[in-house]
Write a protein that binds this ligand. Structure first.
Ligand code: CA2
Length: 143
């Protein structure tokens, strides 16, 4: 069984609880269930969320040689974290960056992503369906 690591960053534990006009009404538990449904046979999803940059980095390190691919919504760290980019650069498999909202229609500071310098694909504005598309794509790339 190949593992896909699904990482969600800061504040995404609040999905579905506030700002539904931007992030929709689905919760993080819904996201994780949807990701598992999108998984092809022979793959499983390991879903983790943290509000701590260092914790996300540790999980990416642990995925080296262990996970077939990473789907990541880095939250606001997308726009600030070179450390997260460096960690992802040390991971060899496919990486897909997901944003629930269409970040390019929002404030200018959300238009730049450090993670996009590493990501093999970037999905923004599909709502939580973006996670399903990302997982399906990783299964194709790593299958
Ligand atoms: O659109 C996305 O998925 C983002 O990665 C979400 C981040 C934001 O900083 C990025 O620019 C775009 C914020 C996640 C905060 O999520 C909340 C959800 C509900 C209520 C409050 C925060």
């Amino acid at each position: 069984m190949k593992t896909i690591l699904l990482l969600n960053g800061p504040n995404l534990n609040l999905l579905g609880q506030r700002q539904p006009e931007i992030y929709g009404r689905e919760t993080l538990a819904d996201v994780e269930a949807l990701a598992r449904e999108a998984c092809a046979e022979g793959f499983s999803v390991e879903a983790k969320q943290s509000n701590w940059e260092g914790q996300l980095i540790d999980w990416i390190h642990e995925a080296r040689g262990a996970a077939a691919g990473i789907v990541i919504n880095p939250g606001a760290l997308t726009h600030t974290s070179v450390a997260l980019l460096d960690a992802l650069n040390a991971f060899d498999g496919p990486v897909i960056e997901v944003h629930v909202s269409q970040v390019h229609k929002r404030e200018k500071f959300r238009h730049h992503s450090y993670v996009s310098k590493r990501a093999d694909a970037v999905i923004a504005g599909l709502g939580v369906d973006g996670y399903g598309a990302a997982v399906a794509r990783i299964c194709k790339l790593a299958g």
